[in-house]
Design a protein around this ligand. Sequence first.
Ligand SMILES: [Zn+2]
Length: 84
Amino acid sequence: MATSVCTRCGKPRIIVKSYEEKVETSTVTYTITECSDPACQKMVNKTLLTEKKKRQFIKDEQVKREEARKKVIEEKKLHKNDED
Ligand SMILES: [Zn+2]
């Protein structure tokens, strides 16, 4: 297995967890790696959390927009009935 280096600081990443999972007919090995520098890893975790929150925010906004769009369609339908 190729050892990976941290994209932040260039230090080697260490495997903290490794597990196998059966996917159809083959077994896939998943490895969770962390930076060997705990301080750096802390920053990485922080960035990941920020990214996660950002993605969640975008997702929420999309849901809101979709609901607003549906509402507009519903209202248009109602108005159409008014005209009839
Ligand atoms: Zn690092």
